[in-house]
Design a protein around this ligand. Structure first.
Ligand code: GYE
Length: 327
């Protein structure tokens, strides 16, 4: 705990009543965590924010300073600088994109504030600038999606057929985009009969996903598969497909695949609109809290921590699975 916080607390306590003194001193025991969140672009992100807010509570011994960067790196950099100014105990960042963080991380290091990365990665030449990272294995998620598609087409007797694909990518330069595009691309490269017609960013939002799919449908009349780099883009794509008078899902014209597997994706699979969702777990609050507790105890933490993830498709008992899920 920082000494400065203590002296501020005591001077405030001196002018306060006895009741207030107790409150101020209790607050001083709290671990102050600044969380530089990406934004509120998707259901996944909402679940992630909720996970942090419900974990980093005063009852659990924390004071959380939460900042929503509205998907802009410059806002996140400002938030990190303001956390440094407030002399927080820990800075947690879910970086919008991977590059461009060196300077601000050096500022945090100079101030002696440990930085923990969660969800997306940063590319920095000196990885001692952050304590550790916890999140999903995005390349694996992309590969799993490609492998699933190959099996699905095979089952349908379409294994040798020419297949036209489009991809609605996430925010360009975000780990979740980079990894999923790369992973799916690895499997695409193994199938000469798969033809990727186009790839464009839907910024991980439903509105942009819909817009991109509308433009794909205008440009290409023979799309067999749309890969959506998150569920919300898929919801937009499904709306665009229906508005164009086409159908999708297991019984439809276009196979729709997405990532995250949030609750609404289960509804879309149950409704027969979405074929499969590749899980990305957003519940990082307790994982980051565990890391902070280890650091507080002076223990070592693993530098890179991947979360186990599954996938779901319409061949499964989705109602039963959905009932057990937390997001
Ligand atoms: O897939 C998407 C969100 O970085 C894993 O960001 C996260 C992604 C997630 O907007 O829905």
């Amino acid at each position: 705990m920082k000494k400065k916080v203590l002296s501020v607390a005591l001077s405030a306590a001196m002018v306060a009543s006895l009741g207030a003194v107790t409150t101020v001193q209790a607050e001083d025991d709290l671990i102050v965590v600044g969380y530089a969140q990406v934004g509120a672009e998707s259901d996944w992100r909402t679940a992630n924010t909720e996970s942090f807010k419900s974990t980093f509570t005063e009852e659990n011994g924390y004071k959380l300073i939460f900042d929503d960067a509205q998907q802009k790196q410059e806002n996140q950099i400002k938030a990190i600088r303001s956390f440094i100014q407030q002399d927080v105990d820990y800075i947690v960042v879910a970086p919008v994109v991977e590059t461009g963080w060196e300077t601000v991380l050096e500022e945090a290091a100079e101030a002696g504030i440990p930085v923990i990365l969660s969800d997306r990665m940063m590319q920095v030449t000196d990885d001692s600038l952050y304590e550790c990272w916890v999140g999903g294995n995005f390349v694996k998620e992309g590969e799993d999606a490609g492998t699933w598609l190959a099996g699905y087409l095979e089952e349908q007797g379409r294994g040798e057929e020419d297949i036209n694909l489009v991809t609605i990518q996430g925010t360009i330069g975000a780990s979740a985009q980079v990894g999923r595009t790369e992973g799916f691309g690895n499997i695409l490269a193994q199938h000469e009969n798969w033809n990727m017609l186009d790839m464009q960013s839907g910024e991980f939002t439903q509105a942009k996903g819909q817009e991109v799919m509308e433009s794909f449908l205008k440009s290409y009349d023979d799309i067999d598969v749309v890969v959506c780099e998150n569920d919300n883009e898929a919801f937009g794509a499904i709306d665009a497909i229906k508005a164009a008078g086409k159908t999708c899902g297991p019984e439809g014209d276009i196979i729709v695949i997405s990532f995250d597997a949030v609750s609404a994706a289960f509804d879309a699979m149950i409704a027969g609109d979405l074929n499969a969702a590749f899980e990305c777990n957003p519940l990082h609050g307790p994982r980051v809290a565990e890391i902070i507790q280890k650091l507080e105890a002076g223990e070592e933490v693993e530098k890179i921590q991947y979360v186990d993830e599954a996938y779901f498709d319409t061949s499964m008992d989705l109602e039963a699975i959905k009932a057990e899920r937390l997001y």
